[in-house]
Design a protein around this ligand. Structure first.
Ligand code: SF4
Ligand code: SF4
Length: 335
């Protein structure tokens, strides 16, 4: 039986809140996109987190919250934060972690309070993962993941594909099944990030390599009962382009109060909103929302501005394909 594949359309009924409660981290991954100059350096105090969670909760809509950092488990009050989100009626609560699981977080919350712990692993082997994420990180992350599953939490894995680890992606489905993972998120390496241009290059994979490997790996995982999500990246000519910034509600919140609608904008002071007096205040033009209104043949405006090398053109200067919104995903799951 063929797996069920669908493009996850932007939903107007759901709201996604990506809440960076601090930017500090114990790791220094080569592709980390956290930019303290733009995002702040402090950990948000509990009262602020509580007030901001209040602001984004909405009893009439499905609001999903994803707690991120830095490493969110470094926040000493993460357990209270999670409980507060559940009490406010958030539809789902996810914690994205590097797996070190500080402050004994697994002992302070229960599986009914956290929908998913999502573990970042960037290689099927210790050698490949640790080369990208730091020595000891594979062992620590897999240990944390297994402890979470053992305690009855649902676990997912995020794998950021680059030239350094594409070759190990095919080994992941069997490992994920062995570990008891339910969902697999395959990400594409962004051009943003802290990696040192003087060091060995870390490259995005070509569209050809992506298409040759990612959908097949996804099918393999689905056969083992795992749901896989990966970015659409390129649109076929007949597929309509939509910018999530125009048609969906996503909030990327940082400790310095900036609130973005698009992750590609996060390195620039063009955030659409700012938390002020614990309220969401719209920023004056020009901000990211003004850019979302531009309609260009290449599709995503921010991609054209910050990573134009993604786009190829024919001899007449017509783009070979449109770049999809980075928030548009393909989901493949068991029927
Ligand atoms: S674990 Fe996440 S936040 Fe920490 S360095 Fe790695 S990518 Fe950055
Ligand atoms: S990635 Fe592009 S299409 Fe998506 S929200 Fe940002 S600007 Fe819009």
């Amino acid at each position: 039986m063929k797996p069920l594949q669908k493009t996850v359309a932007f939903s107007k009924a759901a709201v996604n809140v990506f809440f960076h409660i601090l930017t500090r981290c114990n790791l220094h991954c080569r592709h980390c996109y956290i930019n303290p100059d733009q995002h702040g350096r402090s950990a948000l105090p509990m009262e602020k987190i509580q007030a901001w969670l209040n602001r984004f909760s909405d009893p009439d809509r499905k609001v999903n919250v994803i707690f991120l950092g830095g490493e969110p488990t470094l926040h000493p009050q993460l357990a209270e934060v999670i409980k507060s989100a559940k009490a406010l009626g958030y539809h789902s609560v996810t914690v994205d972690t590097n797996g070190y699981l500080f402050h004994d977080i697994l002992d302070k919350v229960t599986p009914d309070q956290v929908d998913y712990f999502s573990f970042s692993i960037d290689g099927a082997t210790e050698k490949t993962n640790d080369h990208l994420r730091g020595k000891g990180s594979y062992k620590a992350c897999t240990k944390g993941l297994l402890q979470a599953v053992e305690k009855g939490f649902a676990a997912s894995v995020i794998y950021t594909v680059s030239s350094a680890n594409l070759h190990e992606l095919e080994k992941m489905p069997a490992l994920l099944a062995q570990w008891g993972v339910k969902r697999f998120f395959i990400q594409v390496l962004g051009l943003r990030g802290a990696w040192d241009p003087e060091a060995e290059p870390l490259n995005r994979v070509s569209p050809k390599e992506w298409r040759a490997v990612v959908p097949q790996v996804a099918e393999k995982a689905v056969k083992l009962g795992i749901t896989v999500t990966y970015p659409k990246v390129f649109l076929a000519p007949q597929e309509p382009f939509e910018c999530a910034g125009r048609v969906a509600e996503n909030y990327f919140i940082f400790p310095n109060g900036r609130v973005y609608c698009c992750p590609l904008c996060e390195d620039y002071p063009i955030h659409a909103h700012m938390m002020e007096g614990d309220q969401l205040k719209a920023m004056p033009p020009i901000n990211e929302k003004d850019l979302f209104q531009l309609s260009i043949p290449e599709g995503c405006v921010m991609n054209k501005l910050i990573q134009p090398e993604n786009i190829s053109y024919d001899a007449d200067g017509i783009p070979a394909h449109k770049i999809a919104c980075c928030l548009l995903k393909e989901e493949v799951g068991p029927r």
